[in-house]
Design a protein. Structure first.
Length: 221
């Protein structure tokens, strides 16, 4: 069974997806981390970020594993490196390239074969897993998303103001929505979940209830 969680940056996808996967004992795919990891390795290998064919081949050749909240590439823990501002910026053109997205789609489908999966990103319900049993589009107002990110960044020691976080978020939203292939969009049959007034625990509760309601009766405990 597959549940897809798509939505803009800061809607709370990652923490909800990770907590839900842990609770259900399912696999977890953080597809944003996959785009980031491929970008990191491409830069390390001196590839041009404009060389979509080379990066697509790279995406299919490296082994990405999610374990215990960490991301590993060919056995190396890259969890911290992929979250730097440099990689965030460099990932954008990589995620825009249709050839890279095709390769990622193949890799993501392979990773989900034969297992129960919680997957999160921008195009998981709309493009990669159109037949997923549960599709959720997580939203929150721009102000609330920026407030959450600002709190996280403050905790990490960043001096960025709320206004700066809001401005950089607006640029990312625009990039996500205007990508020619794989743009951020709710699948027609996705359930919209606005997280503005919900605690992280409430979000996970609602998602778990949705999964329970869509489980084929044969596999209900
Ligand atoms: O969710 P994130 O910030 O870790 O995503 C990193 C980048 O990858 C961001 O530019 C959006 C892009 N992305 C994408 O294009 N498709 C996905 N399924 C997931 C992320």
């Amino acid at each position: 069974m597959i549940i897809t969680l798509d939505g803009p940056a800061g809607a709370g996808k990652s923490s909800a997806a990770r907590a839900l996967a842990r609770r259900l004992g399912w696999c977890y795919l953080d597809t944003g981390a996959m785009y980031r990891a491929v970008t990191l390795v491409a830069l390390e290998r001196g590839l041009s970020l404009a060389d979509a064919a080379a990066i697509a081949a790279l995406a299919e050749s490296i082994g990405i594993v999610f374990s215990d909240g960490r991301v590993f590439v060919d056995g190396r823990d890259v969890s911290v490196e992929i979250r730097t501002e440099r990689i965030t910026e460099a990932t954008r053109p990589v995620a825009d390239a249709p050839a890279v997205r095709e390769a990622m789609k193949r890799v993501q489908r392979r990773m989900a074969e034969g297992v129960d999966v919680v997957t999160e990103g921008r195009d998981q319900g709309s493009v990669v897993f159109p037949h997923a049993e549960v599709k959720v589009f997580l939203t929150a107002s721009a102000e609330e998303r920026a407030r959450r990110r600002h709190r996280e960044e403050e905790a990490r020691g960043s001096a960025a103001t709320l206004e700066q976080v809001l401005a950089s978020q607006a640029r990312r939203d625009e990039g996500d929505r205007s990508r020619p292939v794989g743009a951020l969009a709710a699948a027609d049959d996705a359930i919209l979940l606005d997280t503005d007034a919900l605690s992280p625990e409430d979000v996970v509760e609602r998602l778990a209830a949705l999964v329970e309601s869509r489980r084929p009766s044969a596999c209900r405990p």
